[in-house]
Write a protein that binds this ligand. Structure first.
Ligand SMILES: *Cc1c(COP(=O)(O)O)cnc(C)c1O
Length: 477
């Protein structure tokens, strides 16, 4: 692909805007704001510009174009009605001042935020929720800062956060950013954390235990309440990484399992578009005891049943996002919850789990399953041979399927982590199963074919080291 600048031909014009610009310059208060040299823009016709960008867009993999079983990321369909509702003028025309003061034109937006706080507190079983964090990892950081405040207030001498070895890298990173050391608990052969080692490592210096539940190998730990009371006995808080909430929403509430702090990933569980790192929203919910530490401003009901932002929070960890977080993401997730309702959310989780189990059962004979038995909303296989998970990923790309998550969780060699979500049809799942079975045959009979993939894409197999060290984004093929 050429860059649009490489397609530029001198004096070729798309739309002639000189006339409009000339009129516009009269409005400039001072001549010094006028540009003295022409803007260095590509000179292409309107048709060329259209072809260029439509061409680029067609090279993307997205949920709208392809099956996207990227484990842990919950790439479900993003209903278009969410976009439509969220792009109503009343919302897009909002002044960002919403983040600083309450104002009349923001009343509707404040009500959305207030009701969303209530919805999420209900879904997680928490006392109160802040919608400000912009991603799951950001929610974790807010959570860890609250853990620190809580222990400081109690004059507890806490030094460590406990995480299982299957956890997402953001968990230990957030703990470290809040100034804690990290203690890792190994996962047993059943895919659950080793509770004897947990008992051993839990000490008076443990500040919190971070758990993903179901965990990243797709298992729900039936001993979770026992683990919560073990932590409680050491005055350690329980933190719930909610990235896998799609497995249990409407069915189980982290608050009822003994968790003190919960983050959700609205961009995963609640159907808002994401990919390539954003945009996201990672609301964080807490128990009553911790609610005074939540980030400010808080959205509150005022005396005459209107809504307002409250900044009067002396014990809060402070402001953690400009304005009020990622409002449009929160808004789309709000509409999603309203549309699905209580029963709909539960139904989505049940189907997500059913779909994952269908895939797992149908692939058990083709791939090594390190943790057999039922899974929740995702399953993890091992492609066994070195480099094979990557080869299979590239083979799937050739067949118009986005690869599963590979090489995560770190405890599974050559991991293939598959999360189909509830929004895929039986035909899509069957097609995927067929292809994965073919890939497993090729592993034995023609590994070179896998090694050569992808052959049908604009970019073939890259030398990944050079791609990282000497990136050349201006490639031609
Ligand atoms: C995605 C994910 C996170 C981090 O969430 P972001 O929104 O990407 O910051 C944390 N834990 C798990 C298990 C995840 O899958």
């Amino acid at each position: 692909m050429k860059l649009i600048f490489q397609k530029s031909v001198k004096s070729r014009k798309g739309v002639d805007i000189t006339g409009a610009l000339q009129g516009g310059t009269e409005k400039l208060p001072e001549a010094k704001y006028l540009r003295h040299s022409p803007a260095e823009l590509p000179e292409v016709s309107e048709l060329e510009a259209v072809r260029h960008y439509v061409g680029l867009s067609r090279q993307n993999f997205s949920v709208d174009t392809n099956f996207y079983p990227l484990g842990s990321c919950t790439m479900k369909y993003n209903p278009k009605i969410l976009e439509k509702a969220a792009s109503a003028d009343a919302f897009t025309g909002l002044h960002p001042i919403l983040g600083f003061y309450s104002c009349e034109s923001c009343a509707g937006a404040l009500e959305v935020l207030y009701r969303m706080q209530e919805f999420l507190s209900e879904i997680t079983g928490m006392h109160s929720t802040s919608l400000q964090p912009m991603a799951g990892a950001h929610g974790e950081l807010a959570g860890m800062l609250m853990v620190r405040k809580y222990h400081r207030k109690k004059r507890n001498n806490k030094k460590f956060i406990i995480v299982p070895d299957e956890s997402h890298g953001t968990n230990p990173a957030s703990a470290a950013m809040a100034g804690y050391g990290v203690v890792t608990i190994p996962t047993g052969p059943d895919g659950l954390l080793d509770i004897d080692i947990l008992r051993e490592k839990l000490s008076g210096e443990t500040a919190a235990v971070i758990l993903t539940c179901p965990n990243t190998v797709g298992k729900f730990d039936p001993r979770i309440k026992q683990i919560s009371s073990l932590a409680r006995s050491r005055d350690a808080l329980m933190y719930y990484d909610g990235a896998n909430m799609n497995a249990i929403m409407g069915k189980v509430r982290p608050g009822d399992l003994g968790f003190d702090i919960v983050h959700l990933n609205l961009h995963k569980t609640f159907a808002t578009p994401h990919g390539g790192g954003g945009p996201g929203a990672g609301p964080v919910g807490v128990t009553k005891e911790l609610s005074e530490y939540l980030p400010y401003p808080r959205v509150v009901k005022d005396e005459d049943d209107g809504f307002a932002l409250s900044f009067d929070r002396k014990k809060s960890i402070g402001r953690i996002a400009p304005f009020y977080g990622n409002f449009s993401v929160i808004l789309k997730a709000f509409i999603y919850i309203v549309l699905l309702g209580k029963e709909g959310l539960k139904d989505a989780s049940e189907k997500a789990v059913l779909n994952a189990n269908y895939i797992m059962k149908n692939l058990n004979a083709s791939f090594n399953n390190p943790y057999p038995g039922h899974c929740m909303h995702e399953c993890v296989f091992s492609a066994s041979e070195p480099g094979m998970a990557m080869n299979i990923a590239k083979y799937l790309i050739d067949n118009n399927i986005h690869p599963p998550t590979v090489y995560f969780p770190l405890i599974v060699k050559e991991a293939l982590m598959i999360e189909p979500t509830e929004t895929e049809s039986l035909q899509t799942l069957d097609n995927f199963i067929d292809l994965m079975r073919k890939a497993s045959e090729l592993m034995k009979k023609d590994p070179q074919r896998l090694q050569d993939s992808p052959v049908s894409m604009p970019v073939g197999r890259l030398d990944e080291v050079s791609a990282a060290r000497q990136p050349d984004v201006n490639f031609t093929s």
